[in-house]
Write a protein that binds this ligand. Structure first.
Ligand code: NAD
Length: 252
């Protein structure tokens, strides 16, 4: 049912985890996919090698750097001369202990807001006029259960960045729909990726799963498949919405 043939998609942080799952799902549905990665060229090349020849293109860049963020968009656009779908997946999950060192606390807040929110606003700022000129385009932002539920005492920076991302998504959906621009968010709970290795090591998989009615932390493919569905245009009128993917651990 999901057919993405003819669509050019940019996935940030696409070389691993949820990003790689989204790349696999969308390339599998026929999309031409730009895999953005930060530093790990080897992982990006290995993922591209799994997928049909000519269907992927690699773009490197650090989203912590505003100049590099603009270059990422320009490099991605140069491949086919257009982008139809922007998936803002890259993100960081760092602690910022309010009771800890002040400089470290502030640096972590700044880094987290920069990568998880401002860089995405910057990419959307470039994507929206491109989509407006073409009369169509879709943005899919990877938010989090934390956007709505909040997060731990030392991860309020992450929750705030992801809450801001929902407000950004909704604003784009409301104001840019008349130009044919659609905007969605997905909000995963725990997903089995490197990002949560720290929590798995601390709490153990069993304890994490105990809090999830479905009994296990989500596979990245559940998120990747949802992103592919939203990218397809099969649910245009759902623009502005967020899809929760958390095994009913937080039902809004
Ligand atoms: P991950 O750590 O495996 O992937 C994060 C990706 O972001 C990596 O590809 C990384 O290279 C990229 N990235 C990070 N900082 C970057 C930078 N400065 N410049 C460029 N790229 C950068 O984790 P994941 O779980 O696959 O995370 C993907 C998204 O899903 C993130 O936005 C994360 O916040 C969100 N998320 C994850 C979970 C989870 O439990 N894993 C839950 C909710 C939301």
């Amino acid at each position: 049912m999901i057919d993405l043939s003819g669509k050019v998609v940019l996935v940030t942080g696409g070389a691993r985890g949820i990003g790689a799952a989204a790349v696999r799902a969308m390339a599998g549905a026929g999309a031409e996919v730009i895999i953005h990665f930060a530093r790990n060229l080897e992982a990006a090349e290995a993922l591209a090698a799994e997928l049909p020849e000519g269907r992927t293109h690699l773009v490197a860049g650090d989203l912590a750097d505003p100049a590099a963020t603009e270059e990422i968009w320009n490099d991605a656009l140069a491949w086919k001369g257009r982008i139809d779908v922007l998936v803002n997946n890259a993100g960081i999950y760092e602690t910022a202990d309010p009771d800890g060192d002040f400089d470290a606390f502030l640096a972590s807040w700044d880094r987290t807001l920069r990568v998880n929110l401002t860089a995405i606003a910057q990419l959307c700022r470039l994507a929206v006029p491109h989509f407006r000129d073409r009369g169509a385009g879709t943005i899919i932002n990877v938010a989090s259960r934390s956007s709505f539920r909040g997060d731990d005492y030392d991860c309020m920076n992450y929750a705030a960045s992801k809450g801001g991302l929902i407000a950004l998504t909704r604003s784009i959906a409301r104001k840019c729909a008349p130009w044919g621009v659609l905007a969605y968010a997905v909000a995963p709970g725990f997903v089995a990726t490197e990002m949560v290795d720290r929590i798995i090591a601390q709490d153990g998989l069993d304890e994490m799963a105990a809090d999830i009615p479905l009994g296990e932390i989500a596979p990245a493919s559940d998120v990747g498949n949802t992103i592919a569905f939203l990218a397809s245009g099969l649910a245009r009128h759902a623009t502005g919405t967020t899809i929760d993917i958390n095994g009913a651990s937080y039902v809004r």
